[in-house]
Every structure is written in structure tokens, then in C-alpha cells.
Design a protein around this ligand. Structure first.
Ligand code: DHB
Ligand code: FE
Length: 284
């Protein structure tokens, strides 16, 4: 049984990569955001997960609006990033974990999640910015990454309840994998935000903080929302909360919050950070 040691949730906005490249972490705008990260980096460096299962959404690099898998999983040995037009540097290749990826993909399809299975997959800022944030200098070559992509851009999108169930099914697959490898789960994006249209700039701090509490204590409460509820409460792209909900679905054992940070607005978003430790459930 592979060991799920914990989870991290973080914003993934491209401006973070530029702030790091421009050494702006200590400026008044960015400091309250970046000050949250050292404890999470330290935890990752101490615990040394072998694999990260990373929930993100692709904003148009690999899956444009002409083809939009509801759920996709990478099964490659390596993933590449390329220019998305945000002016951020492309990052070095990300190492995959193809054997565990295939194990999860097989288990998910058997469990009724009809995944798009990607033997080749470009990964966008939803995946790359969190890696750059956790391992400054893009010093992540020792860790393997399994990308799990959730459609948060184009209707119809999977509902929070379904994303939680996807996480649960991935947790089951990891638990049934015969290995002593250490796995950490990342949920990226969010929290409340709307980037365009009449409501551009909408966010909801109170809701974001409530979500962070519920994510730790009672995640099933969050599955009562529909995507439309999320849009009305926090703005159109609040649907990215689904990646956090999927992350939490993976964690079936005891969850302890080790660290959190919240700061808004950062590039028009409510930017939340959570570090959760996870104890595997006792064998049944
Ligand atoms: C931005 C991009 C995102 O993908 C996101 O989720 C929030 C903000 C941005 O460019 O500001
Ligand atoms: Fe996004």
C-alpha cells in the first residue's frame, strides 16, 4: 500500500511565476502571499514525498475549447510546458510516474470514471506554478508528478460532488498500489475569483475562509454546492475550488491541518494555502 502522507492546496496564477522571476517576493503587494510558503516547503523537504498527484485545470494549452475532457490523467514518463502567452518562463520537464499512473487509470475506469488517458500531455501554469512555488529555482527533479486535470473552463463541468468522488476513487487506487512509496496530493487554483465579464474582480473572502475550514473538518459539506452556486457566491472561476475538493476526497484517514495562509486580492483572486498531514486509515 502506497502511503499518502499529506496534501497541499495553493493558488496557481501565472503572476506568481513572474513575481519570483523578478524577485518581487518581499514587495508590499506580494509579501503577505509569499510569507505563507516557507513552512510548506520545509515540510516537503523533510517528508520527501516520492510522488505528487496534482489536481489542476488546463486553461487552454493542451485542451482548448474544441476538445475538453471532463477528467484527464497523465500516464507519461515526462511532461513538458510551453509558452501560454502569459510572459512566464517555461519550466524544465516534469518527471512522471507512469506505472502508478496506469494503475490509477485502470482502477478509475473500473470504478466508472471514464478518464481521458494521456500518454503525452503538455502541462500549463495550473501545474507548473505550484511546482515552482514549492521548489524555488524549479528544483523539483527528484519528485515524480501524476497530473490529474479537471475541466473548470467549459460547460458542462463536473460538479463538486463528482470531483470529491474522483478524489475518493484515486485514494482507493493509491491505497491498493503495492509499494512503500510516499505520495502527497496537491490541489491547485481558486479560491474565489472572476477574471472577466461584468463581475470581473469579484471575490468572497468570507466564503474562502469557510471553505478552508470545511475542507479540513467536514469536506462533504462542500459537495452540497453546485458549480452555479460557486459562480454566484465567489465569481465565475470559483469553480477551481473543485481541485481542492478532489484533493480532499483522496484523504480517507485522519487529517491534521499543519499550516494555512490566506491573502486577497492577489491578481484578482482569493489566494489560499493549506498544508494537511494525513494518517493512512487502519487496515479493514
Ligand atoms: C489568473 C489565472 C488563473 O489561472 C487563475 O486561476 C486566476 C488568475 C490570472 O492570470 O490572473
Ligand atoms: Fe486558473
Amino acid at each position: 500500500m502506497a502511503n499518502i502522507i499529506g496534501a497541499v492546496t495553493t493558488s496557481h496564477i501565472p503572476a506568481i511565476a513572474n513575481a519570483m522571476a523578478n524577485k518581487a517576493e518581499e514587495t508590499p503587494y506580494w509579501k503577505p502571499f509569499f510569507d505563507g510558503y516557507p513552512p510548506v516547503r520545509q515540510w516537503l523537504n523533510e517528508k520527501k514525498p516520492d510522488v505528487i498527484v496534482l489536481f489542476y485545470n488546463d486553461h487552454g494549452l493542451e485542451f482548448f475549447i474544441d476538445k475538453k475532457p471532463t477528467f484527464a490523467i497523465g500516464v507519461a514518463d515526462e511532461y513538458h510546458n510551453s509558452d501560454e502567452g502569459w510572459g512566464i518562463a517555461t519550466i524544465p520537464p516534469v518527471t512522471g510516474e507512469s506505472e502508478l499512473s496506469w494503475h490509477i487509470a485502470n482502477s478509475l475506469v473500473d470504478d466508472g470514471f471514464d478518464m481521458t488517458i494521456c500518454q503525452e500531455m503538455k502541462v500549463d501554469h495550473g501545474l507548473t506554478v505550484p511546482l515552482s512555488l514549492m521548489w524555488p529555482g524549479n528544483n523539483y527533479s527528484h519528485v515524480k508528478v501524476i497530473p490529474v486535470c479537471i475541466n473548470c473552463e467549459q460547460y458542462p463541468m463536473p460538479q463538486p460532488k463528482r470531483c470529491y468522488a474522483l478524489g475518493r476513487a484515486i485514494g482507493k487506487a493509491i491505497e491498493s498500489y503495492d509499494s512503500d512509496m510516499k505520495v502527497a496530493i496537491f490541489g491547485t487554483g481558486g479560491l474565489s475569483h472572476q477574471l472577466d465579464g461584468e463581475g470581473a474582480g469579484t471575490l468572497n473572502r468570507k466564503f474562502d475562509l469557510e471553505c478552508m475550514d470545511k475542507l479540513v473538518e467536514c469536506p462533504e459539506e462542500l459537495t452540497k454546492y453546485s458549480n452555479l452556486d460557486l459562480v454566484k457566491i465567489g465569481g465565475a472561476q470559483t469553480v477551481e475550488l473543485n481541485m481542492w475538493i478532489a484533493m480532499r476526497g483522496v484523504l480517507r484517514g485522519k487529517v491534521t491541518e499543519l499550516h494555512r495562509n490566506y491573502h486577497a486580492p492577489i491578481s484578482n483572486t482569493g489566494a489560499g494555502l493549506l498544508l494537511l498531514e494525513h494518517e493512512m486509515p487502519k487496515a479493514e
